[in-house]
Ligand binder design. Sequence first.
Ligand SMILES: Cc1cc2nc3c(=O)[nH]c(=O)nc-3n(C[C@H](O)[C@H](O)[C@H](O)COP(=O)(O)OP(=O)(O)OC[C@H]3O[C@@H](n4cnc5c(N)ncnc54)[C@H](O)[C@@H]3O)c2cc1C
Length: 247
Amino acid sequence: MSDWLEGKVVENIHWNDGLYTLKIDADISPFTAGQFASLALMIDGERVARPYSFLSAPHEKPLEFFFYTADKGVLSNALYALQPGDTILVKNPANGFFTLDEVPQSRDLWMIGTGTGIAPFLSILRTTQAWEKFKNLVLLQGVRTNADLQYQDMIQGLREEHGERFRFQGFVSREAVEGTIQGRIPAAIEDGSLEEAVGLELSPENSQVMLCGNPDMVKDAVDLLKARGLAKNLRRKPGQITTENYW
Ligand SMILES: Cc1cc2nc3c(=O)[nH]c(=O)nc-3n(C[C@H](O)[C@H](O)[C@H](O)COP(=O)(O)OP(=O)(O)OC[C@H]3O[C@@H](n4cnc5c(N)ncnc54)[C@H](O)[C@@H]3O)c2cc1C
């Protein structure tokens, strides 16, 4: 049985025009890193609900979510305007199969996210399960501008905690930013610059790949990974590629 709970906004951080984080107090049942919650507001007398991945780890409170305001998007623009103390509806329990329980054992885990699609990976990376299951963990964050490259403090904290086992590479498509690759992630898979920058090879033997966010990026990257011998990970036929499209 699922139920709508009344949560309270603790903080709404506007990173830039359109990119924001909500911290929410809500008494939800335990969830698994990588899952999403349906969040909703009453708009013109109707409950408008959409799924959002947890960015907070399962042991953390308040709950944290990372948003981008979709062009003319009904809910994402309404959530952007919320103030501390405002009510937000949270569906209990959480949902979704984009979790490490669904990903087969391997040496390396590659986590590829565009925009706010980095959220489930930041949750996963702060669980002990991730570090028990894989030797090397690679996080790729693809954004449009430097101002969209958020959560760098959390990423730096992972670097300090896990040393060489954790590798991060940022991609900025519309600007040249020091330390990042300029362009799209699929192009860097295709020309080999991704593996060169990260220092690991993508292979069916040693890699599991999770991809999340923009469906164009996910499709293009999956096609390239398939050409390299990796296969979609299905419950009935385990493979190396696990995906979550945001729209
Ligand atoms: C499993 C799952 C988890 C998700 N988690 C997140 C999350 O953590 N953070 C997040 O910001 N969104 C997330 N989304 C997308 C989110 O559910 C909504 O689709 C998004 O906020 C737009 O809702 P809206 O009512 O504002 O737009 P609508 O009025 O419903 O318009 C939808 C249109 O907006 C565009 N769009 C949708 N999502 C995005 C986006 N993220 N960036 C750019 N354009 C978009 C698409 O063109 C889509 O057709 C997730 C979606 C799924 C399926």
